[in-house]
Design a protein around this ligand. Structure first.
Ligand code: FAD
Length: 322
């Protein structure tokens, strides 16, 4: 099966996001004969420098000040010329806010099939078999593409990131021809998250629920996250109660996370929350109610008061992380 893959690179402040390297692995899994990446934005020098270390065929860049921030129509329009030139048989994006938005537009443009939120990819005979969660993570389905081109979004943290460094790829700069009119423009971006680590890509997540009882109650969780180099997340219960910002919400209507370690503190384990974290590799639940549903999906359960247990964990981890 000869595949020409185009990966939509994601980057922030000049740094290529982890999911882009995971997409390179996905392209390797489908045995692509040509792997290409497109980076869109402004001042892409460091992005190109990083990508140049990987075994890619072409790095397409579309660099224009008006593309500094993600604008759906402008990005979809900008990609038109790259699609023409690259003629991909498959496109891979991260299942991120941007990828989830762009993928259906690209699929519609190419009249292509779209499979979203892949948690695993394998080649079985001549088919690319995609596994994805359904029913809020209660079950998984396997899907295949019957024809090319196809568009795929991959859930961050599920496929290992490519480390396959190789030849410096050729870089092609595509000039951005502005669309005649845009329905929307970005005037300002208000950064809500203060966390240093992106919640969706964090390897360790410390999440708080209504059991933290106040905004102040998140402090011990933040300290534990700092020691473990992790990110803080929350249940909707905690967000609704105004203990934290909605940008931290994990679940069906929040972010989907797949860290190596998820520590749920004072979270009951409602199905809508579980939908966003059940694929975490190791789940630790701290809850004072021994019958809390979260314990049924936890690998390790601690029955007790989070305000006693979390500081103890922080203290112990601080000793070993030194
Ligand atoms: P609670 O259910 O109130 O649980 C608090 C837990 O804290 C309890 O188990 C209690 O025993 C424990 N506790 C209390 N004090 C302590 C203590 N000192 N130490 C240890 N444990 C303690 N929810 C999400 O999280 N994400 C979503 O995306 C989401 N989407 C939704 C979409 C829809 C359409 C609907 C209807 C609901 C959605 N919800 C979502 C809400 C969900 O149903 C639950 O209401 C919510 O997850 C509950 O949050 P919680 O576990 O923090 O609170």
């Amino acid at each position: 099966m000869s595949q020409t893959i185009l990966i939509i690179a994601e980057h922030r402040n000049g740094e290529v996001r982890q999911v882009t390297f995971e997409a390179i692995t996905a392209a390797q899994i489908v045995d692509a004969s040509s792997i290409n990446v497109v980076a869109i934005g402004h001042k892409l020098e460091t992005v190109v420098e990083t990508l140049s270390n990987y075994e890619l065929d072409t790095i397409f860049t579309i660099d224009d000040q008006s593309l500094s921030h993600y604008i759906p129509e402008a990005y979809a329009h900008a990609l038109g010329e790259v699609l023409e030139e690259c003629q991909p048989t498959g496109i891979i994006c991260g299942h991120t806010a941007i990828g989830r938005d762009l993928a259906p537009m690209l699929a519609a443009t190419l009249d292509a099939g779209l499979i979203s939120d892949a948690t695993s990819i394998e080649c079985v005979e001549e088919h690319i078999v995609i596994t994805r969660p359904i029913y809020a993570g209660k079950a998984f389905e396997k899907k295949i593409f019957h024809q090319s081109p196809w568009v795929l979004t991959i859930r961050p943290n599920n496929v290992s990131a490519s480390t396959l460094k190789g030849n410096v790829a050729q870089v092609k700069n595509i000039s951005f021809k502005k669309p005649p009119s845009l329905q929307s423009t970005i005037i300002d971006i208000v950064q809500k998250t203060t966390g240093k680590i992106d919640l969706a890509e964090a390897k360790i997540v410390i999440a708080g629920g209504r059991g933290v009882k106040s905004a102040e109650g998140f402090k011990p969780l933040e300290q534990l996250a700092d020691v473990l180099n992790g990110a803080v997340g929350a249940s909707r219960g905690a967000c609704d109660a105004n203990y934290c910002d909605y940008s931290l919400q994990i679940g069906q209507t929040g972010k989907v996370v797949t860290p190596d370690l998820y520590i749920a503190c004072g979270i009951s384990g409602a199905i809508q929350h579980v939908a966003g974290m059940s694929q975490s590799r190791i789940i630790v639940a701290i809850n004072k109610d021994p019958d809390a549903p979260i314990f049924s999906i936890a690998d390790y359960g601690i029955v007790g008061d989070l305000f006693e247990i979390v500081p103890l964990l922080t203290e112990e981890f601080r000793k070993v992380m030194k």
